[in-house]
Design a binder for this molecule. Structure first.
Ligand SMILES: Cc1ncc(COP(=O)(O)O)c(C=O)c1O
Length: 374
């Protein structure tokens, strides 16, 4: 039987046609009209009207911090339950990440803890320059609550929506409403360009400036002139062609991820000791990955026992993101709360969730999990 991967790429079929267009036009090196088409399609899909495509989600988040003049000594608030790619941009700028625990009902940044942290920091004169909540596993943070917390202090919010393409918050796309939102098209994401990212905003000036910085900050002159420094963060026109193909199927992909979640849920709902990542009442996540919690006291085995049993059957699963405050790299970083995301990490397992999986594939995973029940 073929190996079941956690979240492999799933091409829609039109990607090669778009790539062929790029080759026919010879816009290979490296910008061109396909990039603009991809950005436009992405903006239309998300409803966030301005977007610039870059080499990865990490680059998009780095550009956002540069645009907000984050610099040495500044503090940046992050959800502790996240992937490090969202956080390293603070380190690039020698800023200090401050981590906030999750709300147990959504697993995203807890707005109450955020409010408390801001009030404490306001008293000490150490308010953060920016707050970066993550839409974890494609579930939106409670963005309006977070914006309400930050507004009195004039602190901007940048959403790390790397995992959240196609996820909804209230009646809008994930990240819509923040000053900026960053998305990833890494190979494991719900749609992929093999590697890539997007920075999106309602503010055209910010997106224009991000585009400028992502192209080595070249001043408009016939020669190479620079009044500031930038990065080589642009996406290539060839890669954007894959993105255009993926945009044709993104809505289908979200629907299928959610169906796969439901299949797992139906099959495992009565198993004592297994529970699922809850869906926040304010939105509809993209269920990028189906995540379960395994309580060993009731299930009789740990998530690691289950992971190893799956691996033996050539099925890839993965523990939850290890919270940032538990990482050796961040052992001295300030942390607000912590017990919620630690608890999730101690029991969480991400199951294969690729959109090419069929009912038999899900049943194969479920039977291995059930066999571990004591
Ligand atoms: C939450 C989160 N933030 C940031 C990133 C970084 O994105 P990329 O890998 O495209 O740089 C990822 C994914 O890889 C992610 O899952």
């Amino acid at each position: 039987m073929a190996r079941l991967f956690l979240s492999p790429p799933h091409m829609g079929g039109k990607e090669l046609d778009f790539i062929r267009d790029v080759f026919d036009s010879n816009y290979i090196a490296p910008t061109g009209p396909m990039l603009m088409k991809f950005e436009k399609r992405f903006a239309t899909f998300t409803g966030i009207p301005h977007a610039t495509a870059v080499s990865c989600g990490t680059a998009a988040l780095h550009l956002a911090l540069r645009l907000l003049d984050v610099e040495q000594g500044d503090r940046v608030y992050y959800a502790s339950l996240t992937f490090i790619g969202g956080v390293t941009p603070a380190l690039f700028e020698k800023a200090t990440p401050v981590f906030i625990d999750s709300d147990p009902l959504t697993w995203t940044m807890d707005p109450n803890l955020l409010a408390q942290a801001l009030a404490d920091d306001a008293k000490k004169g150490t308010l953060p320059k920016v707050v970066v909540p993550t839409d974890i596993y494609g579930q939106s943070c409670d963005l309006d609550a977070i914006l309400d917390c930050c507004k009195p202090y004039g602190i901007p919010v940048v959403v790390d929506g790397a995992e959240a393409v196609g996820g909804r918050y209230k009646n809008r796309h994930c990240g819509d409403g923040a000053l900026m939102a960053a998305f990833s098209f890494n190979g494991n994401k719900i749609i992929t360009t093999s590697g890539g990212g997007m920075l999106a905003s309602h503010n055209p000036k910010l997106v224009e400036r991000a585009h400028f910085l992502s192209h080595q900050a070249r001043d408009p002159a016939p020669y190479y002139q620079h009044t500031t420094y930038g990065y080589n963060y642009r996406m290539s026109n060839v890669v954007a062609a894959i993105g255009c193909g993926q945009m044709e199927v993104v809505a289908e992909r979200v629907k299928r991820r959610r169906e796969i979640f439901t299949l797992y849920e139906e099959a495992l709902t009565d198993v004592d000791g297994i529970s699922f990542m809850p869906e926040a009442p304010y939105g509809q996540g993209n269920r990028w990955l189906t995540v379960i919690l395994i309580d060993p006291a009731h299930f009789g085995a740990t998530y690691e026992d289950v992971r190893l049993a799956l691996e033996k059957e050539d099925i890839e699963s993965r523990p939850l993101w290890k919270p940032m405050h538990m990482q050796p790299l961040f052992k001295d970083a300030p942390m607000v709360g912590g017990s919620v995301c630690e608890g999730l990490f101690n029991q969480g397992l991400c199951l294969p969730s690729g959109t090419e999986m069929d009912e038999d594939d899900v049943a194969r995973v479920v039977s291995v999990i059930k066999a571990q029940k004591k």
